[in-house]
Design a protein. Structure first.
Lengths: 385, 261
């Protein structure tokens, strides 16, 4: 399918693919096995200007939008979804800053993120606030000299590895979610420590940790936008970042489809290659349909976000839900086609199947997102009724 | 420091097929790439510049398509690129190629170090680097695995030899050819690729170099390719009979009678 990408978008996609194939492919199994954070690859991505893609030009970026980010994430995820999420999480970590930060704040933090010298991360989830994201307990009390943070964030991608964190905390705990604010916290701020590195089912090259704040004093100028808007900022952020998870799913499913097709061409049973057997052909065709449909929806949603549309909640939720469900199904079928071999760690598809599951869970579970889509359906009907 | 890197665009495969009718290489459908050994030369040139400053110029002789290789080198950090392209250059052997390159280097006037890959993957001769040094009348060191020190007029390198290495010193300017041990070539960057797309590339022909047609290309070559062919494959196998001792005796007899031991 031709998605009519422009010259620069093709250049970005092609270089991301080259890095994925030349630098990530040779080490992906090892990164997964050892659950090792891919610093060497982060450096390769930085040297290739990949972290500049999502940053505005005036802060040493390349001015790309949601679609450009999706193209990179898709290509990285085609080879290793754990590396892809590490990259994407750094974009997520500075998106509120890019949207609501002052010029001074952007000048301070963005050039280093664009250069890949520093990774960033986004922190909203807490032990009590998963799908019920507004139920956060971490506080940021206004004191002399800034905000005093106390509380624990959970399951934070790039936690411990990133230098710059956007943290959603309550600056007014009497107002619940309406008292939440987005605050930048730098690593090595006194009172800011990390919990243990989580052991995960998949995306094991990525780092997931708790962030622990104990009387952590953050300067007042690290507040992003107005106090009390943190929760809304976070919800709007996810609306614009979800196509990225969709792209991660598309890349992962594409990788699994290719691996299964390669296997089906080579594997001979009943004196014929698997790929000549109708039931296998049907499975592969269904996988290909899912991948392409997911890609079309993800790119369309990304372009819609880039168009500057005000409300993209439904479209980006659809892209994330459809693509992640497709990735789960496609990777399960890829293991099925590869049979006993596919179940073994010598083949890449079992890793892909493990990596796929999180896509249905993070950045809004697919159930929560279906709720959001249904709420919009109701609202529209109510308006026209 | 002014550094010059010489590169060649080659077919991206080592399994080039030959047209049996015309005895020429079939280039259709084969992607052209920068000669892999030359990528180490590019990387080393760019690293030296990043460390000590200066300028890296890349030169290639080839058809107009070779411009793609030059643009790729710019995406990897090369500052300037010159394409030596002229119908008169066609059919050049290593001698005529080195002569043409030497004319281009002289035209640049300022050069401290010239870096070439150790050989190409299509011609495989490894001759152009040393010939270039001869024609410029400057020192030459092959198979450099590490540049240990470089400063005004002085170079110390580690040269790879079969059972170890040698440390050599020389004055500059000089020509070196580099081995793959010297570095790990980088991937291009997005900003580099964007810069390379709009970069100006100078094209020099015999007029710009001020040379006669008779000195370059086929007329300027000492050797000519008369014919390219696949050697005929003859399979002759003989199974030796008997126990291992008898087989060894028979084998030694055969080798002796064939004059091989």
């Amino acid at each position: 399918m031709d998605y009519f990408l422009d010259e620069q978008q093709k250049t970005i996609r092609d270089l991301a693919r080259k890095i994925a194939e030349e630098r990530i492919l040779p080490v992906r199994a090892e990164l997964d096995e050892k659950e090792e954070f891919p610093w060497d690859i982060v450096k390769d991505l930085a040297d290739a200007d990949m972290f500049r893609v999502f940053v505005p030009e005036e802060y040493e970026g390349l001015n790309g939008g949601c679609l450009e980010l999706c193209l990179v994430v898709e290509e990285l995820s085609r080879v290793c979804s754990g590396v892809a999420v590490t990259y994407a999480a750094s974009a997520l970590g500075c998106m509120i800053l890019m949207e609501y930060g002052t010029d001074e704040q952007k000048q301070k933090f963005l050039p280093d993120i664009a250069a890949g010298k520093k990774l960033s991360a986004f922190a909203i989830t807490e032990p009590t606030a998963g799908s019920d994201a507004s139920n956060i307990k971490t506080t940021a009390e206004k004191v002399e000299g800034g905000y005093l943070l106390n509380g624990t964030k959970q399951f934070i991608t790039n936690g411990g590895e990133a230098e710059i964190y956007t943290v959603i905390a309550l600056t007014d705990k009497t107002r619940g979610a309406r008292g939440a604010s987005a605050i930048i916290v730098e690593k090595d701020t006194p009172g800011f420590t990390f919990g243990k590195k989580e052991k995960k089912l998949g995306i094991r090259a990525s780092a997931t940790r708790e962030l622990v704040f104990k009387n952590c004093l953050v300067p007042e100028e690290n507040l992003l936008g107005k106090p009390g808007l943190g929760f809304i900022q976070a919800m709007r952020l996810f609306d614009r970042s979800r196509p990225g998870i969709g792209a991660q799913a598309v890349g992962l499913a594409q990788g699994a489809l290719e691996a299964a097709t390669d296997y089906a061409r080579e594997r001979v049973q009943f004196n014929q290659p698997l790929i000549t057997i109708p039931v296998v052909q049907n499975m592969l065709a269904d996988m290909a349909i899912q991948v392409e449909a997911a890609r079309a929806l993800v790119y369309a949603a990304a372009r819609y976000v880039d168009s500057g549309a005000k409300n993209v909640t439904e479209e980006s939720a659809m892209a994330k839900v459809f693509a992640s469900d497709a990735a789960m199904k496609v990777t399960v079928d890829a293991v099925q086609i590869c049979g006993g071999s596919g179940y073994m760690r010598d083949y890449p598809v079992e890793k892909m199947m493990r990596d796929a599951k999180i896509l249905q869970i993070y950045e809004g579970t697919n159930q929560i997102l279906r709720n959001a889509i249904a709420i919009n359906l109701r609202k529209r009907k109510a308006r026209t009724a | 420091m002014n550094i010059v890197v010489c590169l060649k665009q080659v077919p991206g495969t080592t399994e080039v097929k030959i047209d049996p009718q015309t005895n020429t290489l079939i280039r259709q459908g084969i992607e052209n790439i920068i000669n892999p050994f030359d990528t180490y030369a590019i990387e080393e040139g760019v690293r030296l510049k990043e460390k000590d400053g200066g300028k890296v110029t890349v030169i290639t002789m080839g058809p107009s398509q070779a411009e793609a290789a030059l643009r790729e080198s710019i995406s990897l950090g090369i500052d300037e690129a010159i394409l030596l392209c002229d119908n008169a250059f066609r059919g050049a052997d290593t001698w005529a190629t080195a002569f043409t390159l030497s004319c281009a280097v002289k035209k640049l006037q300022q050069y401290d170090l010239i870096i070439c890959g150790r050989q190409t993957i299509d011609g495989d001769t490894g001759q152009v680097g040393p010939e270039l040094a001869e024609m410029l009348d400057i020192p030459f060191i092959a198979y450099v695995g590490q540049i240990e020190e470089i400063k005004d007029g002085y170079l110390r390198v580690r040269r790879m030899v079969e059972e170890g290495h040698e440390i050599l010193e020389t004055t500059l300017p000089a020509v070196i050819t580099v081995a793959k041990e010297i570095n790990v070539p980088r991937l291009p960057s997005l900003r580099g690729i964007m810069k390379s797309k709009s970069a100006k590339i100078d094209t020099w022909g015999i007029r710009e170099l001020g040379v006669e047609e008779s000195m370059v290309g086929l007329p300027g070559s000492s050797t000519q390719v008369i014919k390219i062919f696949f050697p005929q494959r003859v399979h002759q196998a003989e199974m030796l009979e008997g126990n291992p001792e008898k087989q060894v005796d028979t084998l030694i007899d055969r080798l002796k009678s064939a004059g091989l031991c």
